[in-house]
Write a protein that binds this ligand. Structure first.
Ligand SMILES: C[S@@+](CC[C@H](N)C(=O)[O-])C[C@H]1O[C@@H](n2cnc3c(N)ncnc32)[C@H](O)[C@@H]1O
Length: 171
């Protein structure tokens, strides 16, 4: 996921639904000290953990994607891993519009979501273990929301370990 995000030295990155900050900690050394990574998550416990383990160029704030507390055009790269399906369905279009707003023109977006395994037995087992939250098809979940928010979709497809990604840019 970090590789697929194509981070560059100096990038200002936003990790939406950052959880414990796992992904943002991988990106932090790649963007170097000339860049920075911000993470946002509604869970105070996640933000406490991420803040307690943050490299010098990472900061974390509590909040929701559908109401991002950042100025327009303030990031080069927005990433989100396994978080969109947690956002209430009716708030998702606004969540995508907020990602668009905080990205600078030509800024990049990478969203990854869970995809069920192709093997029917494995799919059944994961469905039974994870419950309805993981039963979505990522193509339906991400589908038209990303272009509807104004993004230009560049590529999409499978990533290893049951992830589906969409990469897009803000024109
Ligand atoms: C499965 S975790 C993924 C965490 C992290 N991105 C990762 O891949 O390890 C989903 C995260 O989405 C967060 N979340 C739930 N609702 C959200 C919202 N409205 N906006 C942003 N994040 C949200 C949850 O608090 C949780 O930390």
């Amino acid at each position: 996921m970090a590789t697929a995000a194509r981070p560059r030295a100096g990038d200002r990155v936003l990790d939406v639904g950052c959880g414990t900050g796992y992904l943002s900690r991988i990106l932090a050394p790649v963007v170097t000290t000339s860049g920075r990574v911000a993470g946002i998550d509604p869970s105070p416990a996640m933000i406490d953990y991420a803040t307690g383990h943050a490299p010098g160029n990472c900061t974390y704030v509590q909040g929701e994607d559908e109401n991002l507390p950042f100025p327009d055009d303030s990031f080069d790269l927005v990433i989100s891993s396994l978080a969109v399906h947690h956002i209430p369905t009716d708030a998702r279009p606004e969540a995508l519009r907020q990602m668009f707003r905080v990205l600078r023109p030509c800024g990049r977006l990478l969203i990854a979501e869970f995809r069920s395994p192709a093997n029917p037995l494995a799919r059944h087992l994961i469905g039974a273990l994870s419950g309805p939250a993981m039963q979505h098809d990522p193509r339906d979940l991400l589908g038209i929301m990303i272009p509807d928010a104004g993004f230009q979709v560049e590529s999409e497809g499978d990533l290893p370990h049951l992830l589906y990604y969409v990469r897009a840019t803000r024109p």
